[in-house]
Design a protein around this ligand. Structure first.
Ligand code: PBG
Length: 344
């Protein structure tokens, strides 16, 4: 028996840290924060234990809570006071995010990123204004069968104009970074041009470059009230079956000037995180989404998993796969856990 190689030598307590390949720091994490213009007080989000929608008046206090844990960055999501077919409250100067941004950026040191999308602002819940889908000639031919409803889809180019208005209004209100999440073709280029035109060439874009049409967003759609009223998002978000297409999406966003590229969700797509890491020379973000959070919470509630441990292991795995930064609902808990570990 040849036992020259005994990997266990390096698994002893005092050396394990020295040879550890991956580290996780509070500074790697971004905490999502939900600001609700319809709320007078904090409303717990049932499917995401520990998270709440906070009124605009409470947004500064909420961000201060995040900062106290050692996490330095937040991602803001807004629930507007009203919705319409265009999502016009998304770019209103007195909109929920714009109001919250002015307060948070003047009163705290947080690095504030805003999610730029229309699904929380449109009454139909899709990520942009709708148009009838152009269908192949033969499908439109009269048939004797039941007549089909025309298929509606998001109007890509009209959405780009809205995204430009939203992004510049966020930048004017103080956003440190803009994160478009709608998976529209050309969104990064359009937003880059608009920001530069308005004098915000210093504001980076973190693109949701590779965003899959995922069932793991369920709890978020309750939290942000952004579920599509009909259909699904398959016309614009990516097919979970595709990996080569992910690199193409990432390449297009890189060419259009994305400063940071995100893969979303995280855990079921670690192969994609790792491929984007290898192929590109910019920071890679991964979004550990609401469903990834909810399933661990639910199992822990049943006593089946140890929450702190599985949360930490999940985030470490996402970093090991190649993410530089992680958006996660575990940000505060894990940051506190890491700080406590350090004190021990
Ligand atoms: C908006 C947006 C969504 C998420 C982030 N931004 C919802 C969606 O695309 O349906 C999901 C985040 C999560 O599940 O934690 N487009």
């Amino acid at each position: 028996m040849d036992l020259t190689h005994r990997p266990r030598r390096l698994r002893q307590d005092r050396v394990r840290g020295l040879v550890s390949e991956t580290s996780l720091e509070p500074a790697d994490l971004i905490a999502p924060v939900f600001v609700d213009a319809t709320a007078d007080e904090r409303v717990p989000i049932e499917s995401m234990p520990g998270h709440e929608r906070v009124p605009i008046d409470d947004s500064v206090a909420r961000v201060e809570e995040v900062l106290e844990t050692g996490v330095e960055a937040v991602m803001l999501f807004g629930i507007p006071e009203s919705k319409d077919s265009e999502g016009s409250r998304a770019w209103a100067e007195d909109g929920v995010i714009q109001e919250a941004l002015r307060r948070i950026t003047s009163e705290t040191d947080a690095y504030v990123i805003t999610d730029v999308c229309l699904c929380e602002y449109t009454d139909h819940g899709h990520c942009g204004p709708l148009e009838e889908e152009l269908r192949a000639e033969e499908e439109v031919v009269e048939s004797d069968g039941p007549t089909c409803e025309p298929t509606l889809t998001v109007d890509n180019d009209a959405t780009l104009e809205a995204l430009e208005k939203i992004s510049t209004s966020h930048a004017r209100a103080g956003a440190d970074m803009i994160a478009p999440s709608g998976m529209m073709d050309g969104m990064v280029g359009a937003i880059r041009d608009a920001l530069d035109r308005d004098g915000f060439e210093h504001v980076p874009i973190m693109s949701y470059a590779v965003k899959y049409e995922s069932a793991f967003y369920g709890p978020f759609r309750d939290a942000a009230d952004g579920a599509p009223a009909f259909g699904n998002r398959r016309h614009y978000q990516m097919d979970p079956a595709n990996a080569r297409e992910a690199l193409r999406e990432a390449r297009l966003d890189a060419e259009q000037g994305a400063d940071v590229m995100m893969v979303k969700p995280a855990l079921p797509y670690l192969d994609i995180v790792s491929a984007v890491r290898r192929e590109f020379d910019r920071p890679v973000a991964a979004y550990n989404v609401s469903g990834e959070y909810a399933m661990l919470q639910a199992a822990a509630e049943k006593g089946w998993l140890e929450l702190d441990d599985v949360a930490l292991e999940s985030l470490l795995s996402i970093k090991r796969a190649g993410a530089d930064l992680i958006l996660t609902y575990f940000a505060e808990d894990v940051a506190e856990h890491l700080a406590a570990d350090r004190r021990r």
